[in-house]
Design a protein around this ligand. Structure first.
Ligand code: UN1
Length: 506
């Protein structure tokens, strides 16, 4: 399989000139074959500073454009994405290795958030608040905040940008995007689609949305720049620990969407057919490289043996290989580092008493430079401590439990708090799971797995996941500045709290 020819056609259909992708200093590999797809030019630190200045200039114009008109630009972007869904979805698959249905699903997620943001552009509601003073009106407004820096990871190379960009743009902000250096091609393609939407829009300021390409040192330039009031960063907790303090130090705002260590509880009353499919999709989908991937499974001991044996059978039947082939459910890991991290995690689990099934490399002779693995199950049995770290690979630790209160505390006893799931038909268990005593994550699903959230809800998590929320619900408020304003339409000047302050002018 040689992808370089396919990629040329795909790039052209997305409006990118492939000849500009051959002489740069950053080699782009496909995890599907391990071959080099392109060599793209990276930005210098000086170029980043220039792009930030340009984004500030664009912001000065864009903030005054009425929000519903800003929504029109996002509507056009959604139309471009609809028209190019197949090509962009295929490019996602080739560049990051997720199976094609997931590559297409990712583009669908972009279309969905564009639709959401178009509606939002007419719903950036404020409040009127009762004033304690006569003849006064108090209200709250939401105003654009400025350029928004978006840092995204390889595993959702395009959707994460769109959650941030579509919302930020209707809020009146400009966007500067630093994609993962492992997936610049999909970012370049999105930028082209954005530019063609902007051209159709007509009078959009230049540099409304810009791209910076490079490694962490280039991202650091964005993060430390006071001209970027909001940084929305998706990636590992380790990355967030660097980004968060730098933004806080300059009193900027950050939306952090970091690592997960997502738990899934299967109760005795659960529909086991549904629980099985949800577990396997959650654990092996995207080759275990979603921040929402299922990593820890807790099964009630009355059904543990049965469920484990069905799980093992399901794992044995999973076909692993070329992600463009619809028969395969699992594509490659992103690179050798991911493979090595997985092997280390499995060694550690085995030393901690876990019984490992799977995890070995496959198709090595066919693709010596690509890293396909058999997803791993690790029987942890009745251990009372859950694995604390996130490994971005298809490794599922399986525990048995007997007491519901115990499993809730085992579930919550990890540093991360992104997503969680319970399968039960017992109302009390379901309600407890989403009560103050239940899951401590940002997402807690009932009879739905941990991954595959819709864009309509606010997305993000607690604890080491960083606390940020992006995408739907009222996450837009994180992309605007709040203005409280009180108007006095009386002829008196009463002070709040009954304070008296009378000037004598004679
Ligand atoms: C991520 O892995 O960074 O809920 C995001 C999901 C997707 C988003 C994952 N909608 O699995």
């Amino acid at each position: 399989m040689v992808l370089i020819h396919r990629i040329t056609d795909i790039l052209e259909s997305l409006g990118v000139d492939p000849s500009t992708m051959t002489n740069g200093d950053l080699d782009v590999f496909s995890p599907v074959t391990g071959e080099i797809l392109a060599s793209v030019a990276t930005d210098t630190p000086a170029a980043v500073t220039e792009k930030i200045s340009a984004a500030q200039l664009a912001f000065r114009e864009w903030r005054s454009v009425p929000a519903p008109r800003r929504g029109e630009l996002v509507r056009l972007l959604g139309e471009k994405l609809r028209a190019h869904k197949d090509a962009l979805g295929a490019l996602v698959t080739i560049e990051c290795g997720k199976i094609l249905t997931e590559g297409l699903g990712e583009v669908q997620e972009m279309i969905d958030i564009c639709d959401f943001a178009v509606g939002l552009s007419r719903q950036l509601y404020g409040l009127t608040i009762a004033s304690e003073r006569p003849g006064h009106r108090m209200s709250e407004y939401w105003l654009p905040i400025g350029p928004v820096g978006v840092i995204s990871a390889f595993n959702f190379p395009v959707a994460v940008w769109s959650w941030n960009a579509a919302v930020a743009l209707v809020c009146g902000n400009t966007v500067i995007w630093k994609p993962s250096e492992k997936t610049p091609l999909t970012a370049i393609a999105c930028q082209q689609l954005f530019l063609s939407a902007a051209a159709e829009f007509g009078d959009a300021p230049k540099n409304l949305s810009t791209l910076i390409i490079g490694d962490g040192s280039i991202g650091a330039k964005l993060v430390s720049n006071r001209g970027v009031p909001l940084i929305s960063a998706t990636g590992s907790t380790e990355m967030g620990r660097k980004v968060g303090p730098v933004v806080a130090e300059r009193f900027g705002r950050s939306i952090l969407e970091l690592g997960g260590n997502n738990g899934f509880i299967v109760c005795p009353s659960a529909n086991l057919d549904m629980a099985l499919t949800a577990t396997v999709f959650g654990a092996v989908g995207t080759a275990g490289q979603r921040c929402t991937s299922t990593r820890r499974l807790f099964v009630h001991d009355s059904i543990y043996r049965e469920f484990l044996s069905r799980l093992k059978k399901a794992y044995a039947s999973i076909s692993i290989g070329d992600p463009m082939n619809s028969e395969n459910l699992v594509g490659p890991l992103i690179d050798s580092d991911a493979f090595n991290a997985m092997q280390t995690a499995l060694r550690n689990a085995s030393q901690a008493g876990g019984k490992v099934h799977g995890g070995e490399r496959v198709h090595e002779s066919k693709f010596p430079d690509a890293y396909y693995v058999r997803p791993a199950l690790v029987e942890m049995g009745s251990q009372k401590q859950s694995v604390q770290t996130e490994t971005f690979a298809p490794v599922l630790y399986v525990y048995s439990y007997s007491d519901f209160a115990d499993v809730l505390s085992l579930h919550n006893d990890v540093p991360q708090g992104l997503s969680s799931a319970i399968f039960t038909n017992n109302l009390s268990e379901a309600e407890n799971f989403i009560s103050p005593l239940g899951s401590d994550c940002g997402i807690a699903n009932i009879n739905i797995g941990t991954s595959g959230a819709e864009i309509g809800g606010a997305f993000g998590g607690e604890k080491d996941t960083g606390g940020g929320r992006e995408s739907g619900s009222d996450a837009w408020k994180g992309y605007m500045r709040r203005l409280t304003s009180t108007t006095n339409y009386s002829t008196e000047l009463p002070l709040a709290q009954g304070v008296r302050f009378t000037l004598s002018e004679d």
